[in-house]
Design a protein around this ligand. Structure first.
Ligand SMILES: O=C(O)CCC(=O)C(=O)O
Length: 295
């Protein structure tokens, strides 16, 4: 275990946990460079088969896919091997394994880009797209930039309300007696959040803020409590082993602050083996719905 009992209890009670210095300075520099390069692409310079992954305008609401301000980059692992290597950061995998107490599989990856002056807030919400209904899901948001002036805003404990509709979230927030809690962090830190905790952020008027969100579930959660099936799971299972190999190939270590993560984790036990040799780095979330329609 890398998380203490106090941290585990706090996560259960509040629905979020701050992890400091998950990325060391070298890894942070590499990931930022990868993000800079991908964010700098626009128009015809974006390879054709990546275009649908570049999202503009706002993450939610009427301004989704409007204008030219990048707000989200989907499926980053296939676009730069450094993002893939980051998935195998020992701190990230050890925290995921501690919180699930089981094998883990990556079920979501994207980069939120809050461009300064874009004016688009992230309205309060629970993450409900493709969600598990009966079991706990969490996402690890790795910060590439300081969020001091544009932090994540959370309502601690609200994951305990269970799944809510958009209008129920809106009503709950309107009636809340306390303002949301600001959770500012530094570049290289991460915030784990229970996807049911009500969270959001204001319009970014300060500096660029990018966060890579990595959601982990267990293979059985995917099998028995998710919209996906064994076909999708098999492809997803190839990602973490590929990330471990990529990280070793790049020679990336662990930030000294998380040395125990490396020492205490026996990856061969916690990471289910990939069912085949093929590596799938862009396993679309919508594939299952499309395949069901086609069959
Ligand atoms: O990083 C943020 O401001 C929130 C992003 C978020 O909640 C989401 O992408 O669902």
């Amino acid at each position: 275990m890398v998380l203490t009992d106090t941290e585990l209890r706090s996560f259960d009670e509040n629905g979020f946990l701050v992890l400091h210095e998950v990325l060391g300075s070298d890894e942070l520099r590499e990931i930022r460079q990868a993000a800079d390069e991908l964010c700098a692409l626009d128009g015809d310079r974006i390879p054709e088969d990546w275009r649908e992954d570049y999202r503009y305008g706002a993450l939610v609401g009427a301004a989704v896919n409007t204008g030219s301000m990048l707000c989200r980059l989907e499926y980053p692992l296939a676009k730069d091997r450094r993002f893939l290597a980051m998935v195998a950061n020992p701190a990230i995998l050890a925290v995921a394994a501690d919180l699930h107490q089981d094998e883990v599989v990556l079920t979501w990856e994207d980069m939120v880009v809050k461009t300064p002056g874009s004016g688009e807030p992230v309205p309060f919400h629970q993450d409900d797209l493709f969600q598990s209904r009966a079991s706990r899901v969490f996402s690890i948001g790795v910060y590439l930039d300081d969020s001091t002036r544009d932090p994540l805003l959370v309502y601690p404990g609200t994951h305990q309300l269970g799944p809510l509709s958009e209008s129920q979230v809106e009503a709950w927030v309107a009636a809340a007696k306390e303002p949301p809690l600001r959770v500012p962090v530094s570049a290289g830190d991460a915030i784990v959040h229970n996807v049911r905790m009500i969270h959001g952020s204001s319009a970014n008027t300060s500096t660029l803020r990018r966060v890579v969100y990595l959601e982990f579930r267990t293979p059985d959660q995917v099998r028995y409590d998710s919209p996906w099936d064994e076909w999708w799971l098999e492809r997803r299972l190839s990602i973490v082993p590929a990330a471990i190999r990529e990280r070793a190939a790049l020679g990336w270590g662990v930030n000294p602050a998380w040395k125990t993560a490396e020492a205490k984790t026996d990856w061969s036990v916690r990471i289910p083996p990939s069912p085949g040799d093929e590596v799938y780095l862009r396993v679309d979330h919508k594939d299952i719905a499309q395949r069901r329609q086609e069959s």
